[in-house]
Design a protein around this ligand. Structure first.
Ligand code: ATP
Length: 431
C-alpha cells in the first residue's frame, strides 16, 4: 500500500519519459509540457514543477544534451490513475518522433517512495553507462511500470529522472515556439537579453557569451529560448525582460540538475579514470601544451599512477589561451570527461601551483651591451666594443644569463565559456 498517501487516500504517481525526440526536431521537455497541460485540462493534479534531469554526457545514444524528464501526479482514485496513464501513453505515441530509427521512447510510472536504490541508479546513469536490462530489472524490483515504444531505450533515462536526488538544483525556464516557426531563425531581441542579464545575473547565468546572447538553441527544435538560474523567481523575472518578435506558444519552469557538477567523480589517481565518465583529478603538466589542427590545445597531465592527454577543444574559445600558457611542472585540478579517444575533455581547471620558468639570454659585455653569438660553438662577441667570450656556451647559465619569465596566467579557477559548457557543468559563479 505504499502507493497510496495514507493521510488522504491519494495516489502519488511519478511519471518519467525519455528518448522521444530526434535531431531533426521535437524535444522531450516540450512533449512533457503538452502532456502536463492536457492532464491539467482533464482535471488531474500535477504536483510541483516538472524535472529536467541531465544524464551522462557520454551516453552512446544521446540525441543532444542527454536530458530526461519526470513529473508527479497526485490522483484521487484508481480509475483516475488508469485514465491518466492511458492518456499519457497515447500522447507519447502521437507526439514522439517514432519515424526516426534512433528514437526509442520509454515511459516509467512509479507509485511509492523514492528509495536509495532508485537514487543510486540515477547517480550511476549520470556518471556511468548503464544497460537497458539493468533499468528493466530495477523497475521490476521496485514495482515501477515500464512502457516501451520500439526498442524502448528511453526507460533508462525515465527511471533515472524519477530517482534523481536533487540536493543541489537549478531552474530552467523554457519558452516554446509556435510550431509554424519551427526551423526558422529565432526572433529574440539581443539587446533585451543583454539588459536581462545586467538585471538578473548571477541569479540567472549563461545568458551571454562574449557579448552574444546564449539563451537560444541552434537546432530546429520547439525551444525558443531557455533561461537558467538559481530560483524559479529569478528565471521568471528574467523571462519578463526578454523581448521577442515571434509568438511564444507557452513556457514552463523545470527543476533541474543542470550546472551542479553531479556528473563529476573525484579520483585519487589518473589511472582510476575510465572512458565515458567524468572526473575531478589532480596532476602535473608534463610537457608544453601544443596547438593541433583545428585549433584544439592539447597537453599531458601526469601523476605517479600514469598520464592522460587533456584537450581544450576549439569551441572552448578563450579558455584555450589559458591552457596554452600552462607549462611543465604546473599543478592542476582538472574537471572533465573522458571521450571516445581516451582524451580528457576539459571543462574547467584549478591551477594550484605555477612552476618557475626561465629564459636564457646571451651574456652582457663589460661595456654594457648584450653580446651576440659568434656562431655555433664559437662563443659570443660584443657588437659595440668587439670583446669576445670564446668556447661553446654552457647551458648551466654561468655564461648565459638566466632570467625568470613572467607567467601569463595566475593560480585559480578557469572555465570554458557558456557556449561550450556541458549542461551538468557548474559555472564558477555558482561556487
Ligand atoms: P534531448 O536532450 O534533445 O532530449 P537526448 O540527448 O536526451 O535528447 P535521447 O533521445 O533522450 O537524447 O537519447 C538518450 C538515450 O540514452 C535514451 O534512450 C536514454 O535512456 C539513454 N541513456 C541516458 N543515459 C544513459 C546512460 N548513462 N547509459 C546508457 N544509456 C543512457
Amino acid at each position: 500500500m505504499n502507493n497510496v498517501d495514507m493521510n488522504s487516500d491519494l495516489y502519488n504517481i511519478y511519471v518519467g519519459m525519455d528518448d522521444t525526440d530526434s535531431v531533426s526536431g521535437m524535444c522531450t521537455t516540450y512533449i512533457c509540457c503538452v502532456i502536463m497541460d492536457r492532464l491539467k485540462a482533464c482535471g488531474f493534479r500535477v504536483d510541483g514543477p516538472p524535472r529536467l534531469i541531465r544524464l551522462n554526457p557520454f551516453a552512446p545514444h544521446k540525441t543532444r544534451g542527454n536530458g530526461a524528464v519526470s513529473f508527479k501526479l497526485v490522483l484521487k482514485s484508481k480509475k483516475e490513475v488508469k485514465t491518466a496513464k492511458n492518456l499519457i501513453l497515447k500522447m507519447v505515441e502521437e507526439l514522439a518522433v517514432m519515424e526516426d530509427p534512433k528514437t526509442n521512447p520509454g515511459m516509467v510510472f512509479y507509485e511509492g517512495e523514492i528509495t536509495p536504490e532508485l537514487q543510486d541508479y540515477a547517480w550511476r546513469t549520470i556518471r556511468t553507462i548503464v544497460t537497458q536490462e539493468e533499468a528493466e530489472k530495477l523497475a521490476e524490483k521496485v514495482g515501477a511500470e515500464i512502457f516501451k515504444f520500439k526498442k524502448g531505450r528511453g526507460i533508462i533515462g525515465s527511471l533515472a529522472a524519477i530517482g534523481c536526488p536533487l540536493t543541489d538544483a537549478t531552474y530552467e525556464l523554457l519558452a516554446y515556439r509556435d510550431p509554424a516557426n519551427y526551423g526558422t531563425k529565432r526572433r529574440v531581441d539581443p539587446e533585451s537579453v543583454l539588459e536581462m542579464d545586467r538585471k538578473t545575473y548571477p541569479a540567472t547565468f549563461d545568458n551571454i557569451d562574449d557579448g552574444y546572447m546564449a539563451i537560444t538553441p541552434h537546432t530546429p527544435c520547439p525551444v525558443l529560448y531557455g533561461i537558467r538560474g538559481e530560483t524559479r523567481a529569478a528565471v521568471e523575472e528574467a523571462h519578463k525582460l526578454v523581448k521577442v518578435s515571434e509568438p511564444v506558444e507557452s513556457f514552463r519552469v523545470f527543476l533541474t540538475n543542470q550546472h551542479t557538477d553531479m556528473h563529476l567523480q573525484k579520483v585519487d589517481a589518473i589511472s582510476q579514470m575510465n572512458q565515458f565518465q567524468c572526473y575531478i583529478v589532480r596532476g602535473t603538466v608534463k610537457s608544453p601544451p601544443v596547438v593541433i589542427e583545428g585549433g584544439h590545445v592539447i597537453f599531458t597531465l601526469k601523476d605517479e599512477s600514469g598520464e592522460v592527454e587533456c584537450a581544450a577543444y576549439e569551441p572552448t574559445k578563450g579558455f584555450r589561451d589559458v591552457v596554452r600558457h600552462l607549462a611543465p611542472g604546473d599543478q592542476l585540478v582538472v574537471y572533465g570527461g573522458i571521450g571516445n579517444k581516451g582524451t580528457l575533455n576539459v571543462e574547467k581547471i584549478k591551477i594550484t601551483y605555477l612552476s618557475t620558468l626561465y629564459e636564457y639570454l646571451n651574456p652582457l659585455c663589460e661595456c654594457g651591451k648584450r653580446m651576440k653569438s659568434a656562431g655555433k660553438n664559437k662563443g659570443y662577441k660584443c657588437p659595440r666594443c668587439g670583446s669576445k667570450i670564446r668556447g661553446a656556451p654552457p647551458e648551466d647559465g654561468k655564461i648565459k644569463e638566466r632570467r625568470e619569465v613572467e607567467r601569463k596566467i595566475k593560480k585559480g579557477f578557469y572555465e570554458v565559456p557558456p557556449s561550450a559548457r556541458r549542461h551538468l557543468s557548474k559555472p564558477l559563479v555558482r561556487n
